[in-house]
Design a protein around this ligand. Structure first.
Ligand code: F6R
Length: 363
């Protein structure tokens, strides 16, 4: 049932404040603003390394998780797409933790890496949405996302729920490893608790996406740029756009621009810049200026005013200012909405894009 939405994807985008709250409530003590560390059956202080693997959107959630776990828990994380890690069969050192992310829990490549990790005697934890799935069953520890059934082939609410769980896991590991003061934990958990309210604000301003989507619908290629935790968001934005609107899109780390993709820039290429005003903002701004100099059409997604970037901006998506830690959860929403509204204009089958399956159970 799509309720009063035209597509399941729209319904699922709008469900995010609710399902994120629901998911967070499973990992947070709301009254105390503390994280309830999931018992991984492994000593977090003795842990040397985390290995992560997933596919597609779940992989991008994992990539954000890597930035968070490394930053807050000071724990090295290796991550790779499951189709690569599967045949690379990396050696995994004794006593390691392997973490998998999957909405369906049935993705063949992810499951294959899980089995490899098991054979290498890793502790297996999985962030999964379907609790009865193969990945859930074969894991030592299940960290459920409480997104509810996701019908649209393009993942939306599962992604932000995966981010919610990974954020709590990062803080839980950080606390257990003595990397987080009680006050820091309180502030970061409080920021997570505020995420659903911020997302509701973004969703209330949905009309602003239509004009920009109309601009994107005329493009042949679209570039997405971001730095730090906004880099995986750029990758996710490009994936969402290409899979449902069939417009060619690439996500790049903003700093990689001059190592190749800048050659593509001219007045016909919209460049979507995911740039919250965080500690990397000024770096991204200089990349934006390089794009503007070459005539690129900048679409800025930021809580900073377009005047703050010192170059011409074709469109601006105004974001609420939130804690830097939780920005990936907020910035997921505008990239979803841009892809959705562009696909609606293009007249594609939004919920069932061509050639794609919801669950990839064969390699
Ligand atoms: C993209 C999308 C896919 C899935 C990927 C992994 O919108 O939905 O990229 O994220 O196929 O699927 P799961 O999470 O079920 O393992």
């Amino acid at each position: 049932d799509k309720g009063n939405h035209r597509h399941f994807m729209a319904k699922e985008i709008h469900e995010q404040p609710e399902v994120i709250s629901h998911t967070l409530a499973n990992y947070i003590d709301m009254a105390e603003a503390t994280v309830t560390v999931p018992d991984l059956g492994i000593d977090p202080e003795a842990l040397q390394r985390v290995t992560m693997s997933a596919c597609g959107t779940a992989y991008y959630a994992g990539l954000v998780g890597k930035y968070w776990i490394e930053r807050y828990a000071r724990l090295p994380v290796e991550i790779d797409v499951a189709s690569e890690m599967r045949y690379r069969e990396p050696p995994l050192s004794q006593g390691g933790l392997s973490l998998f992310v999957s909405q369906s829990g049935e993705t063949a490549d992810t499951l294959a890496v899980l089995r490899h990790a098991k054979a290498e005697q890793q502790r297996i934890a999985a962030v999964v949405n379907v609790r009865t799935s193969s990945i859930a069953r074969e894991s030592d520890v299940v960290l459920p996302t409480l997104a509810g059934p996701e019908i649209g082939v393009a993942s939306t609410k599962a992604f932000t729920c995966q981010l919610s769980v990974l954020a709590c896991l990062a803080l839980g590991l950080a606390r257990a490893r003595g990397e987080l003061t009680r006050e820091e934990e309180h502030d970061l958990v409080q920021a997570l608790i505020e995420v659903p309210r911020h997302i509701s604000t973004i969703l209330r301003n949905e009309e602003q996406f239509e004009a920009i989507a109309s601009m994107l619908s005329k493009a042949r290629d679209v570039l997405y740029l971001g730095r730090g935790t906004s880099y995986p968001l750029a990758l996710e934005g490009a994936l969402k756009l290409k899979e449902i609107s069939y417009i060619h899109a690439e996500g790049y780390a903003a700093g990689e621009l001059k190592h190749g993709p800048i050659a593509l820039i001219d007045e016909n290429v919209p460049v979507i810049v995911v740039a919250p005003r965080d500690e990397l903002f000024e770096k991204t701004v200089s990349n934006m200026q390089e794009v503007a100099t070459r005539g690129g059409q900048i679409i800025l997604i930021s809580d900073a005013a377009p005047e703050a970037v010192g170059c011409k901006v074709a469109a601006h998506i105004a974001m609420p200012t939130a804690c830097e830690f939780t920005n990936p959860l907020l910035y997921a929403v505008p990239v979803q909405l841009l892809a959705y509204h562009t696909a609606v204009i293009m007249g594609t089958d939004v919920d069932q894009p061509r050639n794609l399956a919801k669950s990839v159970t064969v390699e």
